[in-house]
Ligand binder design. Structure first.
Ligand code: AMP
Length: 417
């Protein structure tokens, strides 16, 4: 075969596409009840937007961006994550604050493909922008928790941390760097770079020996300023009041520069190495990093592919081979145009129906109907056209009935109820 998918991309075939639609509809219904409105932003933006918001030292910007020049020589990038472009859209369109927005958009990252990690994936995100209060974080966590419980994520657990603010993070970073310097010869090459560029990121390192060393590293949580501590305590109080189980993980940081205070991750024990289903937290500095005013915000985003992978066991989404509710079998070419007219009338009445275009004898057409997974067939021959009474056959039981158009509509209604 001449053409194949680009490495790390996926074809989403009908069964999965249907499950995704169900998932999206579920999320849409739950989030719109909670005051979230949908938003879509462009698939590509100026590279500089991500450089300034996601951060020059982030893995996404350094290693994973699909950065390209268009014919006009503009420096552009495919969207690697949703929050910066949502914030840009808020600023550019002067959206009134506070606002709650949700999106379902493709993200592009040139990471090493593996199960649950793709170069194009879809994230559904929810953002509460213009609210600095810890209650907004707690509400969002509750929303995420309920959503993932409903989706049925296998082995779900939540981790929580606070990474402080501009007041307390610098003092902590000095302590962390001092600690890292003492161990620098034992740490991996990448951690040594992180140490210089953005020391908090060392906690993202997966190398076992680095992880061992980091076990005794100073903790941000022990260095929170009074305001950050109060904020964190209120978030915890809020989620405890909802009885949401969580684990505090003082090593949990986000790979992105603009986060402050609350950081969360929902994980699944069923996903293997790529176990994060949803990441989120507070991003009070994002708007400023982008050259805008101070606008606090909090949000989460989850990967649709991973959510579906982790939810399959529970089976809330269908994944069934689609069937044809009613297939009309016209016998002869006059019958085909009659059937085509009839099928639109049936559809208008709310029925799901198709016409078999390939002609042939009745027994051959019945065989084809079976292989197309038709649940019922309607036989339309010359006699039926003349009398307006058709033969409806149940493909499973073989039972046949004679029905007029009106009776057909009624009987199908009864069947689907
Ligand atoms: P992040 O912005 O990295 O926290 O990503 C948010 C969520 O998107 C993660 O928790 C994953 O569920 C999903 N995700 C991130 N990167 C990928 C990827 N390369 N392939 C598939 N899903 C991803």
């Amino acid at each position: 075969m001449r053409f194949q998918r680009v490495k790390g991309t996926r074809d989403i075939l009908p069964l999965e596409a249907l499950a995704r639609r169900e998932l999206e509809q579920l999320v849409f219904s739950r989030l719109s009840r909670s005051g979230f409105q949908p938003i879509h932003t462009p698939t590509f933006e100026k590279f500089e937007l991500y450089q300034r918001s996601t951060g020059e030292s982030s893995d996404i910007v350094i290693k994973e961006m699909y950065r390209f020049q268009d014919m006009g020589g503009r420096d552009l990038a495919l969207r690697p994550e949703g929050t910066p472009s949502v914030m840009r859209a808020i600023l550019e369109n002067h959206i009134k604050l506070p606002v709650r927005l949700w999106y379902s958009m493709s993200m592009f990252r040139q990471d090493k493909p593996q199960k649950g990690r793709y170069r194009e994936h879809t994230q559904i995100g929810a953002e509460i922008v213009g609210e600095a209060e810890p209650e907004a974080d707690a509400e969002l966590i509750k929303l995420g928790f309920d959503l993932f419980s409903e989706i049925g994520i296998d082995g779900m657990y939540m981790e929580l941390n606070s990474i402080g603010c501009r007041e307390c993070r610098p003092t902590y970073q000095v302590k962390l760097v001092n600690f890292l310097k003492k161990h620098s010869s034992e740490m991996c090459e990448e951690c040594r770079v992180r140490m210089e560029r953005n020391p908090l990121r060392v906690f993202d390192c997966k190398v076992a020996s680095c992880q061992d060393i980091l076990k005794s590293a100073p903790s941000q949580r022990d260095h929170l300023c009074k305001e950050c501590k109060e904020h964190f305590d209120k978030v915890k109080k809020g989620i405890s009041a909802f009885n949401i189980p969580y684990q505090e993980n003082d090593r949990l940081v986000r790979g992105l520069d603009y986060y402050s205070r609350t950081v969360i991750e929902f994980k699944s024990t069923s996903l293997g190495a790529q176990d994060a289903v949803c990441g989120g937290g507070r991003y009070d500095y994002l708007a400023e990093e982008m050259g805008g005013p101070h606008i606090p915000g909090t949000g989460f985003a989850f990967g649709v592919e991973r959510a579906l992978l982790a939810s399959k066991g529970e089976g809330i989404f269908t994944y069934e081979q689609p069937t044809i509710a009613l297939l009309i079998l016209p016998l002869g070419s006059d019958a085909t145009s009659f059937a085509l007219d009839l099928v639109f009338k049936l559809r208008k009445a709310g029925l799901e129906a198709l016409v078999e275009f390939r002609s042939g004898g009745l027994s051959r057409m019945l065989k084809r109907a079976a292989s197309r997974n038709a649940r019922k067939v309607l036989i339309v021959g010359e006699d039926e056209m003349a009398s307006g009474v058709f033969i409806l056959r149940d493909m499973k039981s073989g039972e046949q009935r004679e029905l007029s158009f009106e009776e057909l509509i009624e009987s199908q209604d009864a069947d689907s109820s």
